[in-house]
Design a protein around this ligand. Structure first.
Ligand code: OSB
Ligand code: MG
Length: 368
């Protein structure tokens, strides 16, 4: 196939709630939507998960726009793309900027699957007809609020609850949660808020029987995590530290984690995500699909990826209605008893609500 045109759109969506992590608070959601058109005028869609500020990693909406416009789009436009797996190779000369790469690669994957008349999940090799999901709850002002949010999520059927922690917002809170919900499948995400010096505090978390602790130490570390994993019982899950297959291979070899949270944006696209998934399957490392507060297009890509067999732990892809009054896809992603039904229509399997997209677009540009 050939990519004849690419449209970049800067969208701004109101989120129903502020989302606080150890690195800061995300309020409204601004992001880039990528539309790639082929020689028949068919469109594929991708979503960049870069935020407006470089909190989670160094990428931002503006750096993604720059890299897409000046480097990634020119590398792909009017070139022959036999299979989305080669997009990675076409972009090999451009270092990092994984979220920008994933956004355009995702659009190519959607287009490829649509041309085959297959659901994206099938094109990726996924077999599941439905996927299990959990929910990620941000840091709250007080524990009472947190407990009631957890209760609501349990009643909605989510398969596991993730809370955000940081030093001082951890032990007491987890104690309180366990008093209310002794057997709840529970995990905690630190977003790099601890250092190896905090080892006693981290050891103290073992008693809460967490499914895992996500990214306790520095966002670029795999050495200290290996030291920590030897001293705590709670399995470590890496998020920020794993940017590629190579990172995953090294972390597994060092014993830095027992679980990996795969985010398509963080690792530079679906092809790399699949490679990491396959490696983890071979090495006995648990895998689940993380979230970046995505709108519908990103959410649909997460659903498709999660159909691969080794996504054996519930992911963070909650229902559209948790985040948005109205999502940009139709139908929206819905969750029943903690399960999402995988769409069986070609490509991402949800229609783009172009009226909603137009309403939410603050700037757009066509490249051809
Ligand atoms: O670390 O997993 C994370 C949101 C923004 C940035 C980083 C993370 C998160 C989440 C939310 O945990 C997951 C979601 O609901 O999409
Ligand atoms: Mg995380």
């Amino acid at each position: 196939m050939q990519i004849k045109e690419v449209v970049l759109r800067h969208l701004k969506m109101n989120m129903k709630f502020d989302f606080t992590t150890s690195f800061g608070t995300i309020r409204d959601k601004e992001f880039i939507l990528v539309e790639a058109k082929d020689e028949y005028g068919m469109s594929g869609w991708g979503e960049s998960v870069a935020f407006i500020a470089p909190w989670y990693n160094e990428e931002t909406l503006k750096t993604n726009w720059h890299v897409l416009e000046d480097f990634l789009i020119p590398s792909i436009l009017h070139k022959h793309v036999e299979h989305p797996d080669i997009v990675n190779e076409m972009l090999l000369g451009i270092r990092k900027n994984n979220m920008a790469k994933a956004a355009i690669e995702g659009a190519v994957w959607d287009l490829y699957a649509k041309r085959l008349g297959q659901p994206l999940a099938t094109a990726l090799g996924g077999q599941k007809k439905e996927i299990e999901v959990g929910i990620s709850i941000g840091i709250q002002k007080n524990t009472t609020d947190l407990i009631s949010l957890i209760e609501k999520a349990i009643n909605e059927g989510y398969k596991r609850i993730k809370i955000k922690i940081k030093p001082g917002k951890d032990i007491e809170i987890l104690k309180e949660i366990r008093n209310h919900f002794p057997t709840l499948p529970l995990m905690a995400d630190a977003n790099s808020a601890y250092r190896l010096d905090d080892i006693e505090r981290l050891k103290a978390l073992d008693e809460f029987k967490l499914m895992m602790i996500e990214q306790p130490l520095a966002s670029d570390d795999i050495i200290d995590h290996a030291v920590l994993q030897k001293q705590i019982k709670t399995p470590i899950c890496l998020d920020e530290s794993i940017l590629s297959y190579e990172d995953a291979r090294k972390a597994i070899e060092l014993g830095s984690c027992k679980i990996i949270n795969i985010k398509i944006g963080r690792v530079g696209g679906l092809t790399e995500a699949k490679r990491i998934h396959d490696l983890c399957l071979e090495k006995g490392i648990g895998v689940w699909c993380g979230g970046m507060l995505e709108a519908g297009v990103g959410r649909a890509h997460n659903v498709a990826l999660t159909t691969l067999s080794n996504f054996s732990l519930p992911g963070d892809t909650a229902a559209s209605s948790r985040y948005w009054e109205k999502d940009i896809i139709s139908p929206e992603v819905t969750v029943h008893n903690g399960m999402i039904t995988v769409p069986d229509r070609p490509g991402i399997g949800y229609d783009i609500d172009i009226n909603a997209v137009n309403e939410l677009t603050v700037f757009e540009k066509l490249y051809k």
